[in-house]
Design a protein around this ligand. Sequence first.
Ligand SMILES: Nc1ncnc2c1ncn2[C@@H]1O[C@H](COP(=O)(O)OP(=O)(O)OP(=O)(O)O)[C@@H](O)[C@H]1O
Length: 234
Amino acid sequence: MALLEMSGVTAGYGATPVLRDVDLSVDAGEIVGVVGKNGVGKTTLMRTVMGLLDPSSGSVRYREEDLTDASADERARAGIGYIPQGRDVFPELTVEQNLRMGEHVNAGADRTRYDEIYDLFPVLEERASQSGGTLSGGQQQMLAIARALVADPDLLLLDEPSEGVQPSIVDRISEDMRTINDELGTTILFVEQNLGVIRGMADRCYAMERGEIVDEIDGEMLAEENAVAEYLAV
Ligand SMILES: Nc1ncnc2c1ncn2[C@@H]1O[C@H](COP(=O)(O)OP(=O)(O)OP(=O)(O)O)[C@@H](O)[C@H]1O
């Protein structure tokens, strides 16, 4: 059964559509990537799934329920978590205060939830009282992921997690997301341009060009570097 299903979605800013007739589905437990060059509409796709942008046609269904007209807040409460590109960590707030922001969706978040998160990302516990802005790019990405996990989402939307992260620790992101998927059972839909992260993380991918899904790349094809690289090359 599909957890998330987009059918015929067209959406954009003003009169010109950015996404055109997008069909996409993600099953519970999967890690699905969306790949494509700069400006093809990947962020627009994520914003549309989260309800930050209204489609002009088509539908977004989650757990077989039509959420096309639901607000972002309603979608968050239905179990969708969103980590935007650039992460939106509050630089002046401490790591712990940043994490607590995740509680507006999950007022019931208790100590166990934080223990689970600190087990996954021990560095966040070590730096709990440090301000978010003092963390490295990779640690800020962990913080943004952890903040989304406080709300206990079933589906995580992750926009270019490798951006602004040092190459030496980019691989950690794929490993962490795989662990979250395995241990917490979280389904993940992510967009990325880093070939290593895509191949290290995704079970399968959709490729986008000019706002359209132009290809589906299954697990076997992902093993072939060129199958993905052709959608990323300049
Ligand atoms: N707020 C906005 N208003 C108008 N046009 C926008 C807005 N945001 C994005 N666009 C346009 O929509 C198109 C798709 O942008 P989008 O950010 O979704 O692409 P992307 O694939 O995520 O790119 P990148 O990898 O650079 O983030 C681009 O042509 C962009 O200029």
